[in-house]
Design a protein. Sequence first.
Length: 216
Amino acid sequence: MSSFLDYISLSWDHVLELAIGHAIVVAIALFIDIVIGVALGVLVYRRENAANVALAITSTFLTIPSFALFGLFIPIFGLGYLPAVVALVMYGLLPILRNTVAGLRSVDPAIAESAQGMGMNARERLLRIELPLAWPVIITGVRVSTMLLMGIAAIAAVVNGPGLGDDIFAGLARIGSPTALNLVIGGILGIIVLALLFDTFFNVLGKLTTSRGIRD
């Protein structure tokens, strides 16, 4: 333990730099996932066949081994941020899409009919009634996607992607050396801390952006 604490005190700037890179690449992929996942969910939730196809395709993404996917992307996107972001977007899409569809379908049809009777058109019902009611379910999908991406982002180090995976792979490559374990533990703990911070952020965001009536 003392060895690890010494390592952290000496390498704090390095670990922080990697953590910031890790957080940024996850945040970028997550933002894209939210935009695509929610938009696609809105388009397909009323169409059973379309929803099944969209969910099947995004489910298939999760079956692709991450090492293989990153490797396949090297000749297409090269190295660095781009292959990392594209892969993370693919892996993080399913929870958000699935929860968007489930959340919108969970809205009581009687509420939508009442809104229609008040003169709201389909767009107004979606934006003012259905999406706000579905939001707690959607934000849960975002939190699940965040946890998923935090771990997979570490593997992006194989394509020179940013993040704490650099230290993890460097440590694994030096197994048996005095610094190997410190590098691996430092990277893992950094990812855990980032995951907790992101999850806390989205938990608070969900509470702040959910109407009091729904929370109660």
